[in-house]
Design a protein around this ligand. Structure first.
Ligand code: ADP
Ligand code: MG
Length: 261
């Protein structure tokens, strides 16, 4: 992968020790259910953080809050020193450009070619000219091993190929932060490795900050600097993967890992 392909915007990495992502006292309720309960956590620039925990513990909700697909009921969210919540809409739009997300279900635009899926947002949101956007899209497709699929419609691709297009599409916006929500969970088992290899490559060769929800524990162990164990909307334990996976302190973590490993 060329360093140029994934070069970050000119505003560069956060300086000093300030975290790139900071959640403080974030509470999220759906009706009577408190999904996140005064959650605090932060992620330093360039780190790869994996969120693990049982289904329903609030992992997706955190990524959706960062993507501004949903809003907290209380608390503050700061990204790269700028408020994401609470903040005026104009500011939110600016901050949002720094964040890309890949979903479990790919969510490609079905009526657009693979190339157009990738160029659409850079042209319409970032204002890149079409030729520049296409040249970059081709580089990214090369990176994810799909250089020959530019003109295909998503429906003609395997799930693994579609997910690699979705990764290229997220990278095309030159995000500083990449959110990955169980991106291999919808794939046939034989297609998982190809997607994880692409993500390992990105983790190794870029300075993109990654926040990743996954049940692929070997992958989490490979790429993570830090693992956060969630239960019922709280971080109950966190640490480097070597420790969390081999010597968890909490009984709840032991039980969870016993069930998924
Ligand atoms: P995870 O990703 O850890 O499985 P989620 O963040 O998806 O958990 O969900 C946490 C809890 O919030 C679950 O109990 C879920 O049912 C609930 N929840 C999530 N989204 C909504 C919604 N839009 N409306 C109502 N409840 C929701
Ligand atoms: Mg989820």
């Amino acid at each position: 992968m060329s360093a140029e392909t994934l070069k970050q915007p000119a505003d560069g990495p956060a300086t000093g020790g300030d975290p790139l992502i900071r959640l403080e006292g974030v509470t999220k309720r759906f009706g009577d259910t408190t999904v996140l309960d005064h959650l605090d956590f932060s992620v330093q620039a360039g780190r790869h953080v994996t969120l693990i925990g049982p289904s329903g513990s609030g992992k997706t909700t955190i990524l959706r809050l960062l993507m501004t697909l949903t809003r907290p009921d209380e608390g503050t969210i700061t990204v790269d020193g700028q408020r994401l919540f609470p903040a005026p809409e104009k500011e939110v739009r600016e901050v949002r450009k720094k964040i890309g997300m890949v979903f479990q279900q790919f969510n490609l635009f079905p009526n657009m070619s693979v190339l157009r899926n990738i160029t659409e947002a850079p042209v319409s949101v970032l204002g890149l000219d079409k030729d520049e956007a296409e040249a970059r899209a081709r580089e990214l497709l090369d990176l994810v091993g799909l250089a020959d699929k530019c003109d295909a419609k998503p429906s003609r691709l395997s799930g693994g190929q579609q997910q690699r297009v979705a990764i290229a599409r997220a990278l095309a916006m030159r995000p500083r932060i990449l959110l990955l929500d169980e991106v291999t969970s919808a794939l046939d088992p034989e297609l998982v490795a190809g997607v994880l290899d692409v993500l390992r490559d990105i983790a190794r060769s870029t300075d993109i900050t990654m926040l990743c929800v996954t049940h692929e524990m070997n992958f989490a162990r490979d790429i993570s600097d830090q693992v956060l164990m969630f239960d019922a909307g709280r971080v109950i334990e966190s640490g480097p993967p070597e420790r969390i996976f081999t010597a968890p302190e909490q009984e709840r973590t032991r039980a969870f890992l016993g069930a998924v490993l």
